[in-house]
Design a protein around this ligand. Structure first.
Ligand code: FAD
Length: 396
C-alpha cells in the first residue's frame, strides 16, 4: 500500500481536497503562471479559508468534519495544491508559517486582529527572517529592535530580503535582536508589524526563474514603531519561536515536494506510455525504465518520510524529538521534486523544454527553489547528523 501511514479518513480528505483544487485552482492556473495575477491567488486563498482547510492543523480553531485534524491534513492540502501549482502552494505554506507563531505566541489583541483573518483567507501574512548577510545562519541577524520606554513602543530598524508576500501582506512577523550583548539564542525577539506602519518599505520585488505568480521581495524597516502588545512571546524568545516553527514548516515542505514530484512523474509516465521511438513505446526502453523506477522509489520514500513526520507531530512529538524526521522529510521530498522534474524533462525530450507542450518546463523551473527555502538541503543534513551523533557539535 502506497500511502501506508494514512487512514481511510485521511484518504477521503485527500479526495475532497483534490476535488477542491480541481474546482478552484485548475481554472486559475493560466492567470497565476501566465499573467502572474496576484488576485487569482487571493481568490483561491479565500475559498480555501472559507472551506476551513487552512485551520486543519489548529485543532482548537477547526470546526470541520475530520475527527482528528492535524498536520497530516495540512500536508495533504499542500500536496494537492503543489501537484497543480507550486506557486499557489507557497501562498498556503506562508499563511500557515505566519499563523503558527501568531497562534502559539501572540497576545490576545494581535491574535484577534490577524489570526482568524489569515486562516479564513481574508488576510495575507508574511514572515521576515532572511537578511542580506544572513540566510541559513539566522543567529547572525542584524535587524535591531529596541523598546522606547517613553512611548511604550517597539522600534525596529533592519533590512529583510527574499520575503514572501512582501508588499502584499496584511501583517509581517519580523525577527530581530533585542539584546546584542547576549547570544542571539537569548537576545532575539519576534514582533508583529501591521501593513501600513510608517517606516515599512518594499524597495524591490524579485524576478524568479519559477514560482511565477508569487510575490517575493525586500522589506525595509526604518524606525518602525509598533505597540508593546505586538511582541510575540517573551522578550528574547524569538530564536525559540523560530526553531519551534521549523519542524512543522519542514513537514509541510515535504508535502510541497511530494506534490511537485508527483506531477512531474505523471507527465513523464504519460509520455513514456504514449510516445513511440525505434518502432516501440518509449516506455519499453530499459534506460527509460531506470528513470521511471528511480522516480517511483524516491516519491514513495518522500511520502513515507513526510507522512511519518506528520503523524509523529499529530501524536504530540515535536522539538528535538521531531527534528531528524522533519529534516529527512524536507530533504528527501524536495530533492526528489528536483530529480523528478529533471527526469520528466529528459523523458519528454524537446517537448520537455518548450512552453507549448505541457507543464514539464514550468515544473522544472518551479522545483529548483524547494531545496533552498525553509532550510537548505545542507542545513537539513546537519540537523539529521546532529541528531544521529549528539555527542559531536557540528562545525558549521
Ligand atoms: C522563493 C523564496 C522565498 C523565500 N521566502 C522567504 C520568506 O518568506 N521569509 C524569509 O525569511 N526567507 C525567505 N526565503 C529565504 C530562504 O529561507 C533563504 O534563501 C535560505 O534560508 C538560504 O539562505 P541564503 O539564500 O542566504 O543562502 P546562504 O545561507 O548564504 O547559503 C548559500 C548556500 O551555502 C550553503 N551553506 C550555508 N552555510 C553552510 C555551511 N555551514 N556548510 C555548508 N553549506 C552551507 C547553503 O546550504 C546554500 O546552499 C525565501 C527564499 C526564496 C528563494
Amino acid at each position: 500500500m502506497r500511502d501506508f501511514f494514512l487512514t481511510d479518513e485521511d484518504r477521503a480528505f485527500r479526495a475532497e481536497i483534490r476535488g477542491f483544487m480541481e474546482r478552484e485552482l485548475a481554472p486559475r492556473l493560466d492567470r497565476i503562471e501566465g499573467a502572474e495575477d496576484w488576485d487569482a491567488q487571493l481568490e483561491i486563498c479565500r475559498a480555501l479559508g472559507e472551506a476551513g482547510y487552512l485551520k486543519v492543523m489548529f485543532r482548537d480553531l477547526y470546526a470541520g468534519s475530520l475527527s482528528a485534524p492535524g498536520l497530516t491534513h495540512a500536508v495533504i492540502v499542500s500536496e494537492e495544491a503543489a501537484r497543480l501549482n507550486y506557486a499557489f502552494e507557497t501562498t498556503i505554506a506562508t499563511a500557515l508559517s505566519c499563523a503558527y507563531p501568531l497562534h502559539a505566541h501572540a497576545t490576545a489583541e494581535i491574535r484577534e486582529r490577524f489570526l482568524l483573518e489569515i486562516l479564513e483567507g481574508r488576510a495575507v501574512g508574511s514572515i521576515c527572517m532572511t537578511e542580506p548577510n544572513v540566510g541559513s545562519d539566522s543567529a547572525g541577524m542584524e535587524t535591531r529592535i529596541r523598546f522606547d520606554e517613553s512611548t511604550r513602543e517597539w522600534v525596529i530598524d533592519g533590512f529583510k530580503r527574499y520575503i514572501s508576500n512582501a508588499s502584499k501582506a496584511d501583517v509581517y512577523i519580523v525577527w530581530g535582536i533585542t539584546d546584542p550583548d547576549v547570544a542571539p539564542q537569548k537576545g532575539m525577539s519576534a514582533i508583529a508589524v501591521p501593513a501600513g506602519t510608517p517606516g515599512l518599505g518594499f524597495p524591490r520585488t524579485y524576478d524568479f526563474m519559477g514560482r511565477r505568480g508569487c510575490v517575493v521581495g525586500e522589506v525595509t524597516l526604518d524606525g518602525v514603531r509598533v505597540p508593546e502588545a505586538n511582541l510575540l512571546g517573551a522578550v528574547g524568545g524569538g530564536f525559540r519561536i523560530m526553531l519551534g516553527a521549523f519542524n512543522f514548516e519542514r513537514v509541510i515542505l515535504g508535502g510541497s515536494g511530494l506534490g511537485v514530484a508527483r506531477s512531474a512523474f505523471e507527465i513523464a509516465k504519460a509520455h513514456a506510455e504514449s510516445r513511440s521511438a525505434f518502432g516501440r513505446k518509449l516506455g519499453s526502453k530499459q534506460l527509460i525504465w531506470d528513470m521511471i523506477a528511480q522516480m517511483s522509489w524516491r516519491i514513495d520514500a518522500s511520502e513515507l518520510l513526510t507522512h511519518r513526520a506528520a503523524k509523529m507531530y499529530d501524536a504530540g512529538i515535536d522539538g528535538k524529538e521531531l527534528m531528524r524526521e522533519a529534516s529527512q522529510a524536507k530533504l528527501v521530498a524536495t530533492e526528489t521534486a528536483v530529480f523528478c522534474a529533471d527526469r520528466a524533462v529528459q523523458i519528454l525530450g524537446g517537448d520537455g523544454v518548450t512552453r507549448q507542450y505541457g507543464r514539464a518546463e514550468q515544473i522544472y523551473r518551479d522545483a529548483r527553489a524547494l531545496p533552498i527555502v525553509g532550510g537548505t538541503s545542507e542545513m537539513c543534513k546537519y540537523l539529521i547528523a546532529a541528531r544521529e551523533m549528539p555527542s559531536i557539535k557540528p562545525d558549521l
